[in-house]
Each structure stands twice: as structure tokens, then as C-alpha cells.
Design a protein around this ligand. Structure first.
Ligand SMILES: [Zn+2]
Length: 55
């Protein structure tokens, strides 16, 4: 689950503040930008934290 090669989903080019393990997460339902798939390492590099709906 914490494998840095895991793909996660973010909202917009730098993901605002959160990343998501599933693209159907309710935390992404109000995303007005394009969903982007990035590695967990990349999400960490952007300073993102895991979405509050997931753990
Ligand atoms: Zn989420």
C-alpha cells in the first residue's frame, strides 16, 4: 500500500492537496479538473496527503 510505484489519482496537474487510490473516490467527485494518474512518489513530491475518505 505504501509502495512508491503505486499509481494514485490526483485532481489537476498537481493534485491540489490530496491524492486518491481509486478514481471513483467520493473525494474526487467535485474535482473540476482533469484526473491525472501519477506514482505515489510523485504525489509525495507534490506535497500531497492521502484523501480523508481513504486509508
Ligand atoms: Zn480519495
Amino acid at each position: 500500500m505504501s509502495n512508491l510505484d503505486t499509481n494514485v489519482y490526483i485532481c489537476g496537474p498537481t493534485g491540489a492537496k490530496k491524492y486518491h487510490f481509486t478514481n471513483s473516490c467520493r473525494g474526487l467527485s467535485n474535482c473540476k479538473h482533469e484526473l491525472k494518474k501519477v506514482s505515489l512518489k510523485q504525489a509525495h513530491d507534490y506535497g500531497l496527503t492521502l484523501c480523508g475518505w481513504e486509508d
